[in-house]
Structures are given as structure tokens and as C-alpha cells.
Write a protein that binds this ligand. Structure first.
Ligand SMILES: [Zn+2]
Length: 501
């Protein structure tokens, strides 16, 4: 799968062949070389909401947002799986001003252009060059001509956005626009006004869509929830994102706890437990993490209520919680099979088999629960998966008793539900993963219920920002012998393979 965001960059190379154009703009981190057009309206927007991921990433991924302004882009700043390890990385050469510098940690990352070491600042012509490096000790960036170049060397963990606020300058002039555009960063701010001190109204995930009514190089005027707001133009693209998530590198092995700063973490009520991340070994590693969520198994979970939707709106379908409710059981106890076995026992047995098969197939695996109890409610499970996995598969059996077969809970075709973030940006991914899993189960001969899908408004789906599915492997009357669970795990693996092929 390609990262749709890594498409060609097309920054201007103004003046490249002129004498003036040969004059390099050298910029040191934490300095702003105001050269005339330096504007407080020039956004260096990192959307700090989620910069504090605790997870390190082995290879600093370059991002390539559409660099309209010829902005040197730090790119995927925000996800905890983002490029936290640019330490020591250097990009050099006759660089365009559109170099992507994965300098989230800033330390020592540098990009140098023709000017060489990026020290000299004499003769800077750069109309709009700027650098902000709140973080980046040692970060240096030198653009070629300075035309519109800017760099941000925001610090990694714990950083605040590299938002410098130079004086002056007029508000941007917007060219009228009437188009749907998509967010290309992981956590991009929507602001009340077109400057970096504007109130942050919302933070959008990659792939979210908004209507753009005005465009300028730095800022786009958009309609968000029926209000006029502003988003940095370089985090918007006219290109429709692919429905599958860009695969991100995996985090470090070991316990993964809910980080209170993660998006939606504040909605969780039970979160003292930890998931555990396992890495595949050997040469066949795929760099894809699958979250395996053994449904249920949280002591006390059925006496706590959590918000069904992050925006507080009521559930649009029935289910274990009725339509119209705004809160639901944090984690229900699960059903009991006809033979007296508790559902959470069986979901765990399947989860452990699936884990073994996924690891052997080269996937890293994030296990939500590996014992009878984990103190993580459905929201905590979901938010952890959002931040430490590339997809989320919750294992369940249904509470009917007619051995009806397997199906997944698909995203309801309800317009208000599908208009709510993060459902809006991710529902196609959820359904695509569900279809792949059902296809995989079918391929190993598992009985499938109806068309393999049932629309359901679930807490899991309502908070998921990675492809995420609740799959029901059968019901109370279904066989759950060891052999059957092996087959189910084979089918799920086949479905994961199909999804990430
Ligand atoms: Zn269940």
C-alpha cells in the first residue's frame, strides 16, 4: 500500500538560475530571519495535539505534504508513530526548497542547500523564508533561494507547535474556491482565524474532508461544522485519500498504556491496564501492527458508562445499548455459550491463536488482553489501537443461539453518523477491513451469516482512527472447540493478508 500522502512534491524553484537565486537562505533553528514578507500568517502548523507519543520509530519517515508554498515540511508531526527519530539524519544536496525534513526531534537533523553548511545568512533574498525551531537543537536548514522556504523543527515528544509569531503583515487574500479537500497530516488544527494564535476549534485526522471556500498560499478558508474556519493550506489536498491507512512503522515492544494526551483518551473511564506489543521476528517482518482485541474481560466494566460518541450524540442503531442512548456500558461482560463457557474465555483463546499466526506471518501484534482481566474499557482499547497499531480487530461471538455464522459489524449507513468524526474519515476503512476478514473466513470454510455484515453503531467504531472491526465469529450455539478456533484464526489471518496486500 502506498502512502497517498507521499506523492510528488511541487515546490517552486524560483530564481534558481539567476544570481539572486543562487544566494542561499540559511536558517538556523530557533531563528527567524525576517526578510520582509515574514508574516504571522505564514503557518508552521504542527497540530501539537498528539506530538507526545511515547513510542519511538526506527526510521524517520519523510512526509510529503503538498508543498504549495515551497515549505520545508516536517510532515507527519503528530502521530505517536510518527517520525520521532530524525536524530542525526541529514539531507543535503542542491536541495529544492521542498525538502522534507523529518526533524521532529530536531536534534542534529539538517538539510543544506547550495549554501553549504547553512550558516551564512548574507545576501538572503528570500521573500518568505522563515524557520522556526522551537525544538531543534542543532537543526539547520538552508534553502536555496529562500523563496517561500520555511522550516519547522518542532520538537518531538512534548513539543508545542513551532508557532512563531512575527509581527506584521496583512491578512491573506483568498481566491474563491468551492471544492472538497482532504487533510494530509495526522493531527491538523482547524482555527477560528487565519493565524497561529487563532483558537483551535478542532484537530482533524488524516483523510478528513472539509469544504474549501477560499485559498491562499498559507491558509485555506474552510467550512467546518457549518462555521467558517481556517486550516494551513499545505495540510490540505484535493486528492481523495485511499481508504486504507498508510502503514506506519511499529513502535517498541512491550506494554502500551493509554496516553492521556492521545485523541479521545479523555473519554475512557477504565484505563489502568496495559496492552502488550509483540514484534514479529526474522526477515519477514512487515512493519504492520495488528491490534487483536479479545472482546470483554474487564472486571467492573459493566457498571461503568462511557459516551457512545465523542461528540455526545446518541447512538443511531440498537445493539447491546439501545438506539438513542448517549452512554453505553464501558465493557460488557459478554454472553455465555450454550455449553456454559463464557464468551470472554473463548475470545481470549482465539486471540492467542491469532497472535501466534500473525507473528509467524510477519505482523507485529498488539494484544489488548492476554488474561481473564484487563482494566481497559472499549474506548481505551480503541484509542490504544489508534495510536499503536495499523488496524484493530475485536473478537466476539453474538448473543443469538442459532449458530447463524460469522459476520462483522459494519458502519451504519446513517448520514449523521457517517458525518461525525472520526467515523467520517474512517468508515470506509472499517468496512473494507470487515469485508476482507469475512472473505478470509469464507476462504477457510467458515459459515457466514447473511451477507457477512450487520450495521451497528459501536463505541469501538465511533472512536477508531485506524481500520477497525468488531467481528462476530458465530453465536452461543456455535462450536468453539480448539480445532474450530484454529480454523477461525486461519481465516482471520487470510483476511488480514488480503487487506494489507
Ligand atoms: Zn462479545
Amino acid at each position: 500500500m502506498k502512502d497517498w500522502n507521499k506523492k510528488e512534491r511541487k515546490a517552486p524553484r524560483a530564481g534558481r538560475n539567476t544570481t539572486a537565486g543562487r544566494i542561499a537562505a540559511a536558517v538556523l533553528a530557533a531563528l527567524v530571519l525576517a526578510t520582509g514578507c515574514q508574516s504571522k500568517y505564514q503557518p508552521i502548523e504542527t497540530g501539537a495535539a498528539q506530538t507526545d507519543g511515547p513510542l519511538s520509530v526506527p526510521d524517520g519517515k519523510k512526509s510529503g505534504d503538498e508543498n504549495r508554498g515551497g515549505v520545508i515540511q516536517t510532515g507527519d508531526m503528530n502521530g505517536p508513530l510518527g517520525p520521532l527519530s530524525a536524530v542525526g539524519s541529514t539531507v543535503s544536496g542542491e536541495s529544492d526548497v521542498d525538502l522534507s525534513v523529518p526533524g521532529e526531534t530536531g536534534a542534529d537533523s539538517s538539510a543544506s542547500g547550495e549554501a553549504g553548511a547553512g550558516v551564512s545568512v548574507s545576501g538572503v533574498t528570500g521573500a518568505d523564508s522563515s524557520a522556526s525551531g522551537e525544538a531543534g537543537a542543532g537543526t539547520s536548514v538552508s534553502g536555496e533561494t529562500g523563496a517561500d522556504s520555511s522550516a519547522s523543527g518542532a520538537a518531538g515528544a512534548e513539543s508545542s507547535p513551532a508557532e512563531t509569531q512575527p509581527e506584521t503583515s496583512a491578512a491573506p487574500v483568498f481566491a474563491a474556491s468551492d471544492e472538497t479537500v482532504y487533510v494530509t497530516g495526522d493531527s491538523v488544527n482547524v482555527r477560528a482565524s487565519c493565524d497561529l494564535s487563532g483558537d483551535v476549534i478542532a484537530t482533524l485526522s488524516r483523510g478528513a474532508s472539509v469544504k474549501r471556500t477560499g485559498y491562499s498560499e498559507e491558509w485555506s478558508r474552510v467550512i467546518y461544522q457549518e462555521k467558517e474556519c481556517y486550516i494551513a493550506s499545505r495540510y490540505l489536498s484535493e486528492e481523495t485519500p485511499e481508504t486504507q491507512a498508510a502503514v506506519q512503522p511499529s513502535a517498541a515492544e512491550g506494554e502500551v498504556r493509554l496516553n492521556p494526551n492521545w485523541q479521545y483518551a479523555e473519554f475512557s473511564k477504565i484505563n489502568s491496564g496495559a496492552a502488550v506489543l509483540y514484534k514479529a521476528e526474522g526477515g519477514s517482518r512487515r512493519g504492520i501492527t495488528v491490534c487483536v482485541n479479545a472482546g470483554h474481560g474487564t472486571k467492573g466494566g459493566s457498571s461503568v458508562k462511557t459516551l457512545c460518541h465523542p461528540d455526545g450524540t446518541p447512538k443511531v442503531t440498537g445493539g447491546s445499548t439501545a438506539a438513542g442512548a448517549t452512554t453505553a456500558t464501558a465493557v460488557s461482560a459478554g454472553m455465555t455459550f450454550a455449553d456454559g463457557t463464557a464468551e470472554p474465555t473463548v475470545t481470549l483463546a482465539l486471540a492467542l491463536k491469532l497472535k501466534t499466526k500473525l507473528l509467524a506471518a510477519g505482523y507485529d501484534v498488539l494484544m489488548i488482553r492476554e488474561g481473564d482481566d484487563v482494566q481497559l474499557d472499549n474506548i481505551a482499547r480503541t484509542v490504544i489501537a489508534n495510536n499503536a497499531a495499523n488496524c484493530h480487530i475485536a473478537l466476539h461471538w453474538d448473543s443469538t443461539a442459532n449458530n447463524k455464522g460469522a459476520f462483522y459489524m459494519s458502519v451504519p449507513g446513517n448520514s449523521s453518523y457517517r458525518a461525525m468524526e472520526p467515523v467520517k474519515s474512517h468508515w470506509q476503512q472499517h468496512n473494507a477491513l470487515g469485508e476482507s476478514l469475512i472473505g478470509g473466513l469464507k476462504s477457510v470454510g467458515v459459515k457466514i451469516f447473511s451477507g457477512g455484515a450487520m450495521e451497528m453503531d459501536l463505541t469501538q467504531t465511533s472512536y477508531s482512527t485506524v481500520p477497525s472491526v468488531d467481528i462476530e465469529l458465530g453465536d452461543k450455539a456455535s462450536d468453539h472447540s480448539d480445532g474450530t478456533l484454529e480454523t477461525l484464526a486461519d481465516g482471520l489471518l487470510a483476511g488480514v493478508n488480503a487487506y494489507f496486500k
